[in-house]
Design a protein around this ligand. Sequence first.
Ligand SMILES: [Zn+2]
Length: 301
Amino acid sequence: MTLNSHTIPHAYTPDIAGGFETLLHDDDKAREYLLGHLWPTGAPFCPRCGHRKVYTLSGDRLRCASCKYTFQPFSCRWINNGALSPSEWLRLVTLFVEEKSVHQMKQELSLSYNTVYKALTAIRFAILAHAIDARQLISPATGLDSYLKGNRLTGGPREMRMDTIPVYGILRKDKMVFIDLVLGLQAETLFHFHMNFHLKLIRTGNLVYSDRYKEYDALMFCGNDSLPYNVIRRYDEQPYIDEVQDDFWKYAQSRVKRFRGISCQRFPLYMKELEFRFNNRDKALPEILAAYLCALVPSME
Ligand SMILES: [Zn+2]
């Protein structure tokens, strides 16, 4: 065991010589780029306690001098969920940004469907974890907490019913959109508002959205087969959000229609992805996503 005297080549710089493209088929370069995101100053630190004195062990392993935790560079990070090489990760990120289908990604990367699907889940969790309301979202209120076991995405969905399926609200502010978890409302409440207070509801598959409600342009939830969708009445007039057709709804509508196969448990991942894409529509998404994937999985305890 030797004291690690700076094995990491250099600090992360946002300028990539030759551009992001050059990383996509070069594992060494891709890895170096990702390491720069892990340790911006170039010096590794313990992902568990943050201590900066770290020993290098054989292979790829490191050990914290303080808490004795043995780790690999990508331990405890979102990117540690998935069996992809560094350049495969960056290629997947690029295909994700281009909104390719899982099938197309699987073919372009020569990876299995499950490998791609799991890695995409890690990307979506990484996006959601960077939202301002992440702590509220990775919680029993949405059910997303059951996917995380410690810092690994090895869990699965928890069963949801009408009285536990959460409701999300679409809020516009200047050029931004916020998809909020609306505390205290569940699918059941919206059915109640619909039947007793004439809140307009529109159903498309398992997705239900409402007319304007308080500060929200619409409320929405993704249900499952246990819901009484047949109580939803048809209207001649459109709800507010369809009537107004603002730039977010124009952007979201065609994408939301493709949500057909999404479960109520995974729904917030896709809504926060839409929020992220819309709010960062003028930015270089692959680089933002690489940074997000390299971030530590927050401790939710
Ligand atoms: Zn430590």
